[in-house]
Design a protein around this ligand. Structure first.
Ligand code: BG6
Length: 276
């Protein structure tokens, strides 16, 4: 279906009223509304829906590079590319990027990248599948760069990372260890390395909890741009840092995945909403 700006998107719905929207551009999930009526994902009011620019919010797919961890541009090129819809089922859709190796001269490797989104009433699963379709090994880092809504950032805490080591991107990658929940009272940009499979976002303002269960992604990035970075981003409102946070299942600080010819790698995240 056309989103009104000439871009294709797929809308998923459950009989009980949950919905999700996935753009062909970047296989970008931009909306997940639960049957109980909560908007789980944040999209900036200033987001630009114009390829090849990545959409600011939802879940940009960072592949084959997370951040600056390689020779490519920030977060790789999948989030800027057009995917094809290659499958659909009950409340699910699969999109594919069949990369020839000519997309970016800094990554001359053919691969297939598939993103499958499956919707349920109070949860959503996103599966990322990479297949090496070439004849030599490929290496990649990646992330599901998930932007969550927050009622107010000072009402939010992230549980599940206590005792986990992280590198602080705001201190040149300094290695530190998390103590207690993650709270937000300043800019945060961290790569947590080798995290547990379950991370929970408690929002005391909304009386809700979103659990992220991840498999295949050893790491998790936590990001909030705070005041100055928000002002510096043209496609993000100056005050929107107060109503969002990013938790990103990732292959980042643990090192790249190496995939032999013909082999497949999978990573998934499932987001489940509950009231607390
Ligand atoms: C996060 C990074 O994953 O993405 C941050 O850790 C970065 O450093 C943020 O600012 C947004 O990146 P971009 O390229 O979408 O502006």
């Amino acid at each position: 279906k056309d989103d009104g700006n000439g871009l294709d998107k797929v809308v998923l719905k459950t009989p009980n009223g949950a919905s999700a929207e996935v753009y062909r551009h970047g296989a970008h999930l931009t909306s997940f509304k639960t049957a109980s009526g909560k908007d789980v994902l944040f999209v900036s009011k200033q987001a630009v829906f114009k390829p090849p620019k990545a959409i600011r919010g939802g879940v940009p797919v960072c592949f084959p590079q997370f951040g600056q961890l390689g020779p490519l541009g920030q977060h790789g090129f999948a989030r800027n590319a057009a995917f094809e819809v290659v499958g659909s089922g009950d409340n699910s859709v699969t999109l594919e990027l069949a990369a020839s190796g000519k997309e970016d001269e800094r990554y001359p490797h053919p691969f297939q990248l598939r993103v499958t989104v499956t919707l349920a009433d109070e949860s959503l699963t996103q599966k990322l599948t990479a297949i090496n379709t070439g004849s030599s090994p490929i290496a990649f880092t990646c992330a599901l760069h998930t932007y969550f809504t927050a009622s107010a950032i000072d009402k939010v805490r992230v549980e599940g990372l206590d005792g986990v080591g992280f590198t602080d991107s705001l201190q040149g990658g300094k290695p530190l260890t998390q103590e207690g929940p993650v709270v937000f009272d300043q800019e945060v940009d961290r790569v947590y390395i080798g995290t547990p499979g379950s991370i929970k976002i408690f929002d005391d303002g909304a009386g809700s909890c979103v659990e992220i269960v991840k498999e295949g992604f050893p790491d998790a990035v936590v990001w909030n741009p705070w005041v100055e970075k928000s002002k510096a981003m043209g496609d993000f409102g100056d005050d929107e840092y107060q109503v969002m946070l990013c938790i990103e299942p990732a292959v980042a600080g643990s090192g790249a995945v190496t995939l032999q010819p013909g082999k497949t790698w999978n990573g998934t995240q499932t987001l489940t909403l509950s009231n607390v």
